[in-house]
Design a protein around this ligand. Sequence first.
Ligand SMILES: *Cc1c(COP(=O)(O)O)cnc(C)c1O
Length: 220
Amino acid sequence: MNEIEKNLKEIKTSLPDSITLVAVSKTKPVSEILKAYEAGQRIFGENKIQEMAEKWEAMPKDISWHMIGHVQTNKVKYMARFVDLIHAVDSYKLLKEIDKQAKKHDRIIHCLLQIKIAEEESKFGLSQEDAITLLASEEIKKLSNVRIQGLMGMATFTDNLEQLTTEFHDIKTFFDQLTSKYPELKILSIGMSGDYKIAIDYGSTMVRIGSSIFGARNYG
Ligand SMILES: *Cc1c(COP(=O)(O)O)cnc(C)c1O
């Protein structure tokens, strides 16, 4: 058994059945990603549209590709014909463009709203208030080719347990508040290699795990 297959098996066994695993393959070559595919993994996450499109071309076509990174509106067109779920939607403008591009391909593209939960200034995302306004807006109802399925959050990169639990607790509370009004919201995408076990305790339904599967990333 290769290292990637071994890591995947280990993580799979530790995850409750109800949790969806997104294998984050950013920066990793197709040859490595194929090892995860051959071990049964079918959902992969990337954070750069160009890189994801190249991998989509090269890889088997029964893969569900998730865009987990920040999305520039002018690049949506490069992934519209194949992307399954876009995790980091943070504006109406972006949703509108996703809808427009999805229509061209006669597809529905699933989306999550990224909610800002970390203290760090650099993290993208909507405030809870802005997410409420967006979900309640009239404009959003006209977008027939996008489906908002839930929320995504990125916690602060820290090993301070108290801070992590506070951030996950906040987004889970907000998620529960929204789902009572919008029962179609089913996905709470929180948890990465370093914090996914805590995220699951706080109600994650989808974890995005990269380095614990593929090993550390080398940024050139
Ligand atoms: C890279 C990345 C991950 C995975 O990070 P690991 O620590 O390698 O598991 C998860 N989510 C997002 C948004 C990422 O950019």
